[in-house]
Design a protein around this ligand. Sequence first.
Ligand code: XCC
Length: 665
Amino acid sequence: MDKPIKSAGESAEEIIAWAKDHEMETCFDRAEKQKPCPIGESGACCKVCHMGPCRLVGKNAEEEATGVCGATLSTVAARNMLRMIAAGTAAHSDHARDMALTLLAVANEEVSDFKIKDVKKLYRVAGILEVEFEGRPVLDVARDVATLFVEDFGRQKGAINYAIKRAPEKTRKRWEKWGIVPRGVDREVVEALHRTNIGVDHDPDHLLTHGLKVALADGWGGSMISTDITDILFGTPAPVKAEASFGIFKEDEVNLIVHGHEPTLAEVIVDTVGEPEMIEYAKSKGAKGINLGGMCCTANEILMRHGIPTAGGFTNQELGIMTGLIDVMTVDVQCIMPAIATLSKKFHTKVITTSEKAKMQGAEHIEYDEHRAKEVAIKIIKTACDNFPNRTTKGSHITKKSTLIGGFSEEYIAYMQGGKWRASFRPLNDAIIAGRIRGVVGLAGCDNPRVPSTGIHKFIATELIKNDVLIVSTGCGSAACGTAGYLTPEMALENAGPGLREVCEAIGIPPILHLGACVDNSRILTIVTAMAKEGGLSDEIAGMPAVGIAPEWMSEKALAIGAYFAASGVPCIFGGESPVGASEEVTKIMTDVWFERFMGTLEFEPDPEKMLERALNYIDAARENLKLRKYEPGKFGTERVLMDMAARREITPHAGVGGINESEG
Ligand code: XCC
């Protein structure tokens, strides 16, 4: 297919066509019918009280328009942005709180279905938190670590642990100077809602400064806590082979799909699904076995650790059901379209909600409880098996897939650059200094039906690696690259610029490193922190030749992520129209003013070519400021040696955090 109409995913596009033929609606159709309200889209609508909603429009809206209370356009746009950042922070952090409480329950031996898998990571985290770990029982250390993390949510004064114990000193100094060191996650989110209430904070700069503080509570609090606890409980990821797209569904097996964000129940399902009793149960229903797959970020969590295949990102969820092959889609929290419950009624698929926080009309509810996780997992698996005989021929049955390598963590990236005893970021920093690698881009965020979905991710990814930019990806950005077949060393090295290719071949990595779920954007923070500590580049996060890009974002979580990167010193370019575009003043604060204070920005650019140009400009300007050698395209590179899996395994043998694990999913 030459020109994608709705999705850039070939199979997705075929299923969309099938849906059209069968008169079924998808998010793509609804996006077409439901044009964004231009007033709300640009941040000019205020609905924080019932004197409105007020629309701050008109020729000189910035100077003249006000709401009934007198709020100006810049106040309204800044308030809207702060509320969105707070909501995004709340989502990541409420997920993180559950992880912290699970770790505490494990430490207190209140739950039996979880244990600490990665003691080394627990000790590493304990070291950062200044918790004594040598010679102490593992569960005692875990209890102290979990208690400190739980305190990070409800702390009233002081600072979130990682913000002061993990961020580079100079980065922290900037936060102190501008008063944005976050105290406790809950406090910052509640204060954001208070400040944006009718008649409280009206100064746009003051409001947005709090936006950065809330966001830091996400990045260096909620999200980082979640990543670390997930590693402690389920293992720190190491490269693993998996598959992506609709071809992961099997015609002759029970297809059970886990969708959403939380890894706990999904982990227990992974552990249980292969048990002989479950396989026998599936066979008794006429299936050859049970095929577990994922969607969105729950998929990323179990792909990173077990190589469980992914059916893709956000816009694939309805399309997956339309294959007619999913027996159960179990969902937890975040990014779940309520449309799937209605759609599932047209097929045999059962949608099961599992979180006490999230129910959906038309879905079955089997509530997850960490105290009886295995029991819940068995119930879900059996429900999927019971539903297998109800499968009909209805559905597109379109199944194509790609192979991918995922599972990159900060720990593994350091390991692969120096081995078990000399893990470091030296080779990466040296490659950047020499100009072999031009810079690093974090390619993250959702896929969006308002553009040919996954298409801008694919465009940006190929252009960046062509320009010798190393990509670290997360969330649906990773899913977009994975379903397109971009997350393999072979394919991507074909497209990478010669300098980047040389480095990737030497270390044995793909030029796009899949770091995990949306909460794992925190891994990018710790990677850039490690690069700053390694030396030779910037001695803080600010000023690094690094940029964040979320080309198809749609979730408020993405704004929280963009804002914590901006506050940490990374310019972030988001696609689509700006949600504060109505106000020049607010736009200026989030770009020029934030760059001056933190060397980070949160800016919006709908044109993919311009997005790319801006990113490369930031990278080149940072190189110049750091007095690094000017990047020259094509300067480096030797004859191409494409490595196969066997060759790569020789370079990265299983040791320490491990080599590449092949998994059948
Ligand atoms: Fe959701 Fe995490 Fe966005 Fe994907 S990328 S659509 S937030 S699943 Ni985080």
